[in-house]
Design a protein around this ligand. Structure first.
Ligand SMILES: Cc1cc2nc3c(=O)[nH]c(=O)nc-3n(C[C@H](O)[C@H](O)[C@H](O)COP(=O)(O)OP(=O)(O)OC[C@H]3O[C@@H](n4cnc5c(N)ncnc54)[C@H](O)[C@@H]3O)c2cc1C
Ligand code: FES
Length: 280
């Protein structure tokens, strides 16, 4: 069992857990993820490692309550335990040793971005960060990103904070102002990552994305997380989750992410956390 030693509410729908998992923390690297499960018959939920402390033997995960299982997860309290936590899974992020990198996080995507920014900052890379959200109250981890970035820009869809627009608009603005970057890392919902990739394509600027397809086993065996990158089939859990965004077939990824929409809707209707049912 994996004890939740700290719980923080970052926004009404975003929670942060610090979880005791010494063996996973010992091996964790930026860019990797874990699969957590609640209960013997629970769904397996992949979540990026947002931070780790090898000495304390803890991992940080940040998640948005989007469906039945993440709502049930969000209802857990400090001192409660996760039944399973498997990891670290995935390939550690390929991060530069020097230079200037622009990073862009959309919504809860800022959490998976943070360990990458921290690791680059520790190596002496100059990191300029963009944080995006639908509105000002949904911006997360701004202090943590500010501590490891030379500059932080904010964009909100409704204009309640920073630039009125998307993170991809801010990327375009900086590139048009002739700011120089060696590469870009964009993490967030698929439409946001696709927009970032299309913004940087004309500039020929290397753009990394972190994909989040539906996963089941997380070991490369089930095929659920299949994505097409550079015309080749890759499995996000063992070949990713980070890929060269200009090579990703986003149309296919978006279609596949909607495969179980009806089942997800039905599951939500039986979830007591949303007032719908008994969570079984
Ligand atoms: C490598 C990886 C890292 C991730 N990291 C984070 C993170 O740090 N924070 C975070 O909030 N979310 C993260 N996700 C997404 C998270 O796993 C899903 O939001 C979660 O599984 C949804 O479960 P649910 O039962 O609450 O929702 P459901 O009702 O099952 O689905 C709601 C939405 O979540 C998507 N989804 C459902 N199951 C999965 C799945 N197994 N994998 C991916 N998407 C799914 C669906 O397409 C749908 O849009 C990550 C996904 C992957 C693959
Ligand atoms: S989750 Fe099964 S192959 Fe990746």
């Amino acid at each position: 069992m994996f004890e939740i030693s700290i719980k923080r509410t970052l926004t009404p729908v975003t929670k942060l857990f610090v979880v005791r998992a010494p063996l996973v923390a010992r091996k964790a690297e930026a860019g990797q993820f874990v699969i957590v499960r609640m209960g013997e018959r629970g769904e397996r939920v992949p979540l990026t490692i947002a931070d780790f402390d090898r000495e304390a033997g803890t991992l940080t995960i940040v998640f948005q309550e989007v469906g039945k299982t993440t709502k049930m997860l969000g209802a857990l309290q400090q001192g409660d335990c996760l039944t399973d936590l498997v990891g670290p899974l995935g390939v550690p992020a390929e991060l530069p040793e020097k230079g200037r990198v622009l990073v862009a996080g959309g919504g809860v995507g800022v959490a998976p971005l943070l360990p990458k920014v921290k690791a680059m900052h520790q190596r002496g890379v100059d990191v300029v960060s963009i944080i995006g959200a639908r509105s000002a109250d949904l911006i997360i981890l701004e202090d943590e990103m500010t501590a490891v970035s030379s500059k932080v820009y904010i964009a909100t869809d409704d204009g309640s904070r920073g630039l009125h627009g998307f993170v991809s608009d801010l990327i375009k603005k900086l590139l048009d102002e002739d700011e120089k970057f060696d590469e870009i890392v964009a993490v967030g919902p698929l439409p946001m990552m696709r927009a970032c990739v299309e913004t940087t394509r004309p500039y020929g600027l290397k753009t990394w994305v972190s994909l989040n397809p539906i996963m089941v086993d997380g070991t490369g065996m089930c095929g659920a997380c299949r994505v097409t990158v550079g015309g080749e089939t890759r499995f996000c859990c063992v070949d990713g989750p980070m890929f060269d965004g200009h090579e990703v077939d986003f149309k296919e990824a978006m279609t596949r992410s909607l495969m179980y929409q009806e089942e997800e809707r039905q599951a939500m209707n039986t979830c007591c956390c949303s007032g719908g049912g008994d969570c079984r």
